[in-house]
Write a protein that binds this ligand. Structure first.
Ligand code: BTN
Length: 228
């Protein structure tokens, strides 16, 4: 496995994509101490100051059809949950599909990006940002964000977390590859699902609706019960 570490970089996902274009192999890991242009989902930014968090991206070259790739984000979510529980002993959960929460507050976000042909994946980059040592958050996000330090009351070792995420991902990735879907992971994923049996709002662009979350399907979709 090849590891790239940057004291400062724009974004580990951008670095990983560049390495992907240059032919870097499956399993390349990129981490940074801080990011000057950290990226979140839906075009948002991801605050990435020095000293507080884990910023890491993994470059993958799976031989699977592009339609199956989004499930890898769920595989990573499960891997992060397992590794954070192992490192901190806290009860860490998933807010479907891939936000990681503790006591309902977000502690980690995952951004998956890919480069594909019609029926072929060039590479996938899974970026993970984990709030580790933060002792507080700006007022705008304090209601919804937390860190391992805040939740555990202790300092946590970032290198140990990166290693644990990597090891857990290797394990769950192998299970995923057997069926190329979530079949072998549904049970564990559902157990860690923060939304389980709770009211959720589905933001269908044409027709948003509410229902009760009942877990995921082997394809990684959330089952929402709208029976009244
Ligand atoms: C989200 O919006 O929830 C996803 C946030 C993902 C942030 C991580 S930090 C490491 C990697 N590099 C980036 O620029 N983004 C991801």
């Amino acid at each position: 496995m090849k590891i790239y570490y940057y004291n400062t970089t724009d974004s580990t996902n951008i670095r990983a994509k560049q390495l992907g274009e240059e032919g870097a192999p499956h399993g390349t890991l990129i981490t940074a101490g801080q990011q000057s242009a950290g990226r979140g989902r839906r075009g948002r930014g991801w605050e990435s100051p020095a000293g507080s968090s884990v910023y890491m991206s993994i470059l993958l070259r799976p031989e699977i059809p592009p339609v199956k790739a989004p499930m890898l984000t769920l595989v990573m979510a499960l891997s992060v949950v397992r590794s954070l529980m192992e490192c901190t002993g806290l009860n860490v959960q998933i807010k479907w599909p891939n936000d990681i929460v503790i006591h309902g507050k977000k502690v980690c976000g995952i951004l998956t990006e890919m480069s594909t042909q019609m029926d072929y994946i060039n590479y996938i980059v899974i970026g993970i940002g984990i709030n580790v040592q933060n002792e507080s958050f700006p007022e705008e996000i304090g209601e919804v964000a937390t860190s391992l330090r805040i939740e555990s009351g202790k300092k946590q070792n970032r290198a140990a977390i990166i290693e644990a995420v990597w090891e857990e991902f290797e394990k769950y990735y192998d299970i995923y590859l057997k069926t190329e879907d979530m079949q072998g992971l549904v049970g564990e994923y559902d157990q860690k699902l923060a939304n389980m049996n709770k009211q959720v709002r589905v933001l269908d662009p044409k027709d948003p609706y509410e229902g009760t979350a009942r877990g995921i399907t082997p394809k990684g979709e959330l089952i929402v019960d709208t029976w009244e």
